[in-house]
Design a protein around this ligand. Sequence first.
Ligand code: T3D
Length: 263
Amino acid sequence: MSDYKNIRFSVDNGLATITLNRPQSLNALSSGLKADFLDAVRTTSQASSEARALLITGEGRAFCAGADLAEGSLAGPERDLGKSLMDDYHPILLELANLNMPVISAVNGVAAGAGMSIAISADIVIAARSAYFLQAFVNIGLVPDAGSTFLLPRLVGVARARAMMMLGERVPAETALDWGLIYEVVDDEKLADHAKSLGERLAKGPTRALNGIRQLVAQSLKNNYAEQLQAEAQMQREMGSTSDSTEGVLAFIQKREAEFKGK
Ligand code: T3D
């Protein structure tokens, strides 16, 4: 466990967990929280890290309420929100996108604004039954950012994305599941344990293949069919030489559970 002020960070059984920890402001993204978050993701990505999966969740009744509106940087004539996004948000989002392991978000309560962008950037999003998703930006006269305009139409389709963004209404977890925005809804009291066991299961998986899946799915958003077939073939060539794929095939033949090492 590390001693950050605005998050909790731990790595156990191969699972790194970042818990956004400013519950009094619904884990709003203050400059301190963003700095801690970025540092923890970078630490997770280091070769020396034992992490093979990352879980992101929030403390208290929220996942994250987006940018910290009380901090002052969002108000006043001198503000440059573009710079703030490029300097403070994009490094976190790109670090998460380039992480060489699966990322889960366990949405324990409201995920609003950039908090929703972070939640839906994960590979697997699970939510508590009482959680909800909110494109809060329009309610304060802003456009969606932190990747929402990229991810949301791809996840739920243009019609629902546009309505969510323009109306700024709460979308309950069950609706989000129905729309394909998230993978799973679980009872509130079961979320933490369920997310942990899912994370630990992924952390015991063939990490390089899991990372390959991340990369291929990301590439599929811009490739044509022929390019994607090519990308799959290249990736599979790489996977074919991993110890984990040798172990996977051996375990199948020997009728036992595979012991993947992430190599
Ligand atoms: O440069 C840049 O940073 C640009 C990037 C922008 C990206 C963005 O994310 S813009 C969108 C920012 N987020 C919002 O607009 C959401 C604001 N919050 C809300 O709309 C509501 O709080 C919620 C719908 C999320 C939850 O409502 P409710 O009724 O459950 O809770 P509440 O009473 O409004 O909030 C509880 C406390 O959290 C309250 O503080 P208090 O009165 O108990 O001392 C509230 O002020 C605080 N809080 C909630 N959201 C934020 C916040 N404090 C600072 N920043 C927040 N975003």
